[in-house]
Design a protein around this ligand. Structure first.
Ligand SMILES: *[C@@H]1O[C@H](CO)[C@@H](O)[C@H](O)[C@H]1NC(C)=O
Ligand SMILES: *[C@@H]1O[C@H](CO)[C@@H](O)[C@H](O)[C@H]1NC(C)=O
Length: 473
């Protein structure tokens, strides 16, 4: 039973293939013109154009019946999406279908594919691209256009065009933005009563795109085909629009800008762990990071138009710049306070020398700090003695530390607090200690808010009205 079924199906297949082959031969026979046939075709074409007025549109006599122009497109390449010029370049095959009953003929053929010269002799729609900046035909090796006509008078005119079209870009979310670029198709002179455009194969299939297309900075999310009415002072025009949604891939900006600027900010924090005495190191670090951020900001904006609003990349870079700048200022503050304390210490020492000697006699010169001065004076005198003796120095130091630890430790701490620990050189200043925690935590908080906010807002332009492109396989 099974075998019989198999036999039956194979017989069916073979007969189906035979039919297809026969049909194929039929088709081929249709396309081959014998000499006689050629003469017939030439004659009918001549007859067609006899009395044909190319100045008048099809259905001119039937008032109220506009010529319907069906459009299909195949986009072969999109390139040079330029933010500076606010434009993009699209390379495509543009096909216009319309019916001209005056060109109907009686020949036993499906359709005639005729030389381009014929195009010049018949009426054509004056289609133009409303948002084109420049457009060009391709002439190599011959004019890239073909013209087909069916016995019923159905005409197909296909052109290969390159159009540089304007695309108004909103860069507020740059580089996490999406851009909607359009190609507007309209008749230059014929109003809706004369010409109506339509997407021939409906709003999805009238458009094709090369699968091999790859843009350096964008991925094409999808497209939308729109038919609408354009109300102008000269009349109402039928307009078609191809809307393409580009989503920027931010990998480039992540690698070239976000990561380096983040690292520069981190680098500027190194300063907080360096000794406050390391003036050359800390100043150099601060200035280098500030300059690098400046360079990064200007190089980023060099490739962008001079727009006055803040882009999202600006928010990040300006914040990084401010972080780096404040860490430089932080060192300025540490250094200034350190200097003040040193000066204060010097003044005290000077006071001691000037007032110290008589102070031993009368302790009433500075009532408030008399005791401290007395203490210090005693210490200074001890030190002088030790210097003079030479040998006794070590013992003095020992004594001094002892006295710091025991008797005058409270005084010492007070001075330390006021001057942020100037007393001991290797101890970090309080401002540095604060900055070590404050700066990184501020930056982490900012980063989290930044990425969460922008990644949520930026792709809000994407909706379901777009026909998704199949990702290339
Ligand atoms: C050529 O055209 C004539 C009439 O114009 C017709 O009689 C003849 O059959 C045609 N020949 C072919 C091969 O179609
Ligand atoms: C153009 O269209 C508008 C809105 O549809 C309509 O009000 C107006 O009368 C039309 N103008 C012409 C000249 O057809």
């Amino acid at each position: 039973m099974m075998e019989l079924w198999g036999l039956q199906t194979s017989v069916m297949y073979i007969s189906a293939i035979c039919c297809a082959v026969v049909a194929g031969f039929d088709c081929c026979a249709d396309g081959e013109y014998s000499d006689k046939n050629t003469a017939n075709v030439s004659r009918s074409l001549d007859n067609l154009l006899k009395g044909y007025d190319k100045r008048l549109r099809p259905f001119y006599k039937q008032r109220g019946k506009p010529a319907m122009i069906g459009i299909t497109m195949f986009v072969s390449a999109i390139s040079s999406i330029s933010e500076i010029d606010m434009s993009y370049t699209v390379d495509f095959y543009f096909r216009q279908f319309w019916t001209d009953p005056r060109l109907a003929f009686e020949l036993d053929v499906d359709e005639l594919c005729i030389s381009n010269d014929m195009i010049e002799k018949i009426w054509r729609p004056d289609t133009f691209f409303a948002n084109a900046k420049t457009s060009s035909f391709h002439d190599i090796t011959n004019k890239n256009a073909f013209f087909r006509i069916k016995p019923s008078g159905d005409i197909l005119l296909s052109l290969r065009l390159t159009v540089v079209a304007a695309c108004n870009m909103d860069l507020r979310f740059f580089p996490m933005d999406t851009q909607l670029c359009t190609l507007e198709i309209e008749s230059f002179g014929y109003k809706t009563v004369d010409i109506m455009y339509e997407w021939l194969d409906g709003p999805i299939n009238s458009m094709g795109m090369s699968k091999a297309m790859a843009l350096p900075q964008f991925t094409i999310y999808g497209y939308r085909l729109v038919e609408r009415l354009e109300v102008l002072s000269t009349g109402n025009y039928s307009r078609l629009a191809l809307e393409m949604l580009f989503v920027r891939s931010m990998g480039y900006y992540l690698i070239q800008i976000y990561v380096p600027s983040t690292l520069i900010v981190v680098l500027s924090w190194v300063s907080f762990w360096l000794s406050r005495e390391a003036v050359p190191a800390r100043v150099a670090l601060g200035i280098t990071t500030v300059l690098t951020m400046t360079t990064l900001i200007s190089s980023t904006n060099a490739a962008l138009p001079k727009i006055s609003y803040l882009k999202s990349i600006d928010v990040y870079l300006v914040t990084c710049f401010l972080m780096v700048f404040t860490s430089l200022l932080e060192y300025a503050a540490v250094s200034y306070i350190g200097k003040q304390c040193q000066r204060k210490a010097k003044m005290e020492l000077k006071d001691m020398f000037e007032l110290g000697m008589p102070l031993i006699g009368n302790g009433l010169a500075y009532p408030a700090t008399r005791e401290q001065n007395l203490n210090d004076n005693v210490r200074v005198l001890q030190w002088f003695n030790a210097e003079r003796k030479g040998k006794d120095k070590d013992s003095y130091t020992k004594r001094r530390t002892d006295s710091t630890d025991s008797s005058s430790s409270t005084d010492k701490d007070e001075t330390d607090q006021q001057c942020g620990g100037t007393g001991r050189k290797n101890k970090p200043s309080d401002i540095d200690k604060f900055a070590r925690v404050f700066f990184p935590s501020m930056f982490v908080v900012f980063s989290v808010i930044y990425w969460v906010t922008y990644l949520n807002i930026s792709h809000s332009g994407i909706d379901n009205s777009f026909t998704r492109l199949q990702p290339p396989t």
